[in-house]
Design a protein around this ligand. Sequence first.
Ligand SMILES: [Zn+2]
Length: 212
Amino acid sequence: MSVMIEPGKSEEFELTGGALCLDFANTLGDRPRSTEEHLGGYDDLLRFSRQAGVLTAADVDEIEHLVEEHPRSARTAFRRVIDLRENLYRIFSRLARGETPEAEDIQSLNSLLHKTLQRLELRIQGETLEWAWDETAPSLERPIWPIVRSAAELLTSEEASSLRECASETCSWLFVDRSRTRRRRWCDMSTCGNRAKARRHYQRHKQTQSSG
Ligand SMILES: [Zn+2]
């Protein structure tokens, strides 16, 4: 397995959610049909984390070694990654619909949060201090720590009330609406927004033709 990524060049994942946890939840698209799976295995997760900027090339190297040495543990870890993704999607899509998340889903997230926060520490960076991950021992769980933290931060922030689900029937992606008017409807205007616009244009055109 080799994760080849040239930063800034390979744009395999569309990161339009406005928060790491939402981009992660969006790695399965077109949810009613579940036809757009972007996370087929642990290597895809590494590519996602690299593109999202939460793992360095050195982190990826270390984790790849772990995956090669412990393939069975990596498969188990990957199943937990997918469970987390579906858990996050349920929580955020309920919020996007103005509903309260299920207590059970928050409980599962909390159990991961406990483990994640144990790995959070302060690091001296020049004259200031910053949050960092304890990386004394490489871990197959490393890619999910920043995702879990991002989810907890978003859920407790004011932006939790600005969560939206893309209005396209074939999308279902989640995003934070930071538009000035708070009326953003599409995950991405250049894809879903344009498709909807083209459809409306086509329908109007057809109506004009049939009435004329
Ligand atoms: Zn969309």
